[in-house]
Ligand binder design. Structure first.
Ligand SMILES: Nc1ncnc2c1ncn2[C@@H]1O[C@H](COP(=O)(O)OP(=O)(O)OP(=O)(O)O)[C@@H](O)[C@H]1O
Ligand SMILES: [Mg+2]
Length: 327
């Protein structure tokens, strides 16, 4: 189930890498980013020669935020989920640190469509900026329609339940309509046939892991304070747009477990988090040793791990996964 993560031994310097002129100034999203091509002979085997990568910086106010993408990738591997490989990188010419994220679809052969494009088709008044109407009932309508055409054959409910589980574990509050999408196989298909499609890997995972908290201010938090913080965490998507909707990280997961019970492979879902707190902390332990201009401090790492471990316990309780024996 687990996938061994691609582990870098050095931080990657992209100063000499070719910038993709087409994506030079990437328009979509809130954080500064470039698309760059790895050299044909990459510095380490974890990189794919000639492949496009996103060099994605942090929000100005949180300089170490990009580490969230790298940590989320490692956690995704532990869960056996598809998360684009993400590495720590910098540009020695500009001094910027960033996450270097592998491109997740094949140019030319595949087309990537953002969830928001579909949400807007379903609701022409959809508020694309804030996604206030982003809700699972609409997602369900879309997924059913795609299944009906024969284009989507995967168990989309399982995919969404696993995405919600991943987001609840990392405390992601930003899986908005443009942070998920569908990949269509474009090659060789002519209209009116809908090409086969699948849900894209889980990308844009950095608004999570307590990135907005400064380590020195949270170091003294009691367990009760930590739980209070975790308890306030919400997904971006709601169960519905009705006034009684649920959105909490755990509450929405509980909701889909109930609503989709007949369609979910509960044991598979449980197996996604069937690892120990030690597994979790050791899968990211090496990252503090990677030198970039904005390194991952041990204080930041301690807070991230404290959050992850506590959320893991809560999710295991929710899914009824037996706790790992001590030691
Ligand atoms: N690994 C990737 N491969 C291909 N395209 C990607 C990849 N990562 C992101 N994208 C595309 O780039 C867009 C912006 O990237 P991303 O969502 O990670 O950035 P962002 O600035 O954090 O956005 P947001 O405002 O949602 O936080 C995505 O909506 C997606 O279309
Ligand atoms: Mg985004």
């Amino acid at each position: 189930m687990r996938q061994p993560p691609l582990i870098q031994t050095h931080a990657f310097d992209v100063a000499e890498w070719e910038v993709d002129a087409e994506f030079g100034v990437f328009p979509q999203g809130a954080r500064a980013k470039d698309a760059v091509f790895a050299p044909a002979l990459p510095p380490e085997a974890v990189l794919v020669g000639g492949k496009r990568y996103l060099f994605k910086r942090s929000k100005r106010s949180y300089p170490d935020q990009f580490w969230g993408e790298v940590i989320a990738y490692r956690v995704g591997c532990l869960m056996g989920l598809q998360v684009p490989p993400a590495f720590a990188a910098f540009n020695s010419r500009t001094g910027h640190s960033a996450a270097l994220i592998e491109w997740f679809y094949r140019d030319g052969a595949e087309l990537f469509a953002l969830g928001g494009d579909f949400m807007q088709m379903l609701r022409p008044d959809f508020d694309r900026d804030r996604g206030t109407q982003h809700n699972l009932q609409d997602v369900e309508r879309l997924m059913r329609a795609l299944v009906h055409t024969g284009a989507l054959t995967q168990n989309w409910r399982q995919w969404w339940a696993e995405a919600l589980l991943f987001d609840a574990l990392i405390g992601n509050s930003d899986r908005h309509q443009d942070n998920w999408g569908l990949i269509f196989e474009s090659a060789g298909r002519q209209p009116p046939n809908m090409p086969p499609c699948r849900l894209a890997p889980l990308f844009d995972n950095g608004t999570s892991l307590g990135h907005e908290r400064f380590p020195e201010r949270v170091a003294g938090w009691t367990d009760a304070r930590l739980d209070q913080y975790i308890d306030r965490g919400t997904h971006h998507i709601k169960s519905s747009i009705d006034p009684g909707h649920v959105q909490g990280h755990l509450a929405l997961l509980r909701h889909v477990l109930h609503d989709w019970a007949q369609h979910l492979d509960l044991n598979l879902l449980r197996s996604r988090i069937d690892f120990s707190a030690d597994d979790l902390t050791s899968c990211v332990g090496d990252l503090v040793h990677l030198p970039v201009p904005s390194p991952l401090s041990t204080a930041r790492m301690r807070f991230v791990c404290r959050l992850l471990v506590r959320r893991l316990t809560l999710l295991k309780e929710l899914l009824d996964v037996p706790a790992a024996p001590p030691g």
